[in-house]
Design a protein. Sequence first.
Length: 148
Amino acid sequence: MKRVTNSCYLDTNILLYYQDWQSPFYQQTQEMISKLIKGGLDLIISPLVLDEYIYNTFTSSYKAEKEKIKMITLSLREILKLPGIKIFNPPLEVKKQLKVLKLMEKFGLKPRDAYHLLITLENKIKYLATFDSDFEKVFALGRVKKFE
């Protein structure tokens, strides 16, 4: 198992806003990613983040399917070229799958967010970058620090 203490897990909303210049959070995410890179932190994402990113980008566009795929491919390539970007899978052990339910119960998280937290905790990732208020209880209890 990887142990990456000098790192930050990026929630999907960070990537969505990072690529959407029309978003009110665009500038903030640009600065956040720049600060992470300049600080030498690894940027951690997971296939779950990529799935959410692709799904949200695909369904929010009114372009033809072929154009959507082309647009997503370009934006995803840009994300995957970020310095320090790493992709971590969720743990595969059976017991870890049950831990997701405990995290959901303890912190009031939805399943996908509980998986994001599981990846963060299991890999000892120091920070989590998100605009999702569902993680506030996690931050309040000090399990992971919010990157701002």
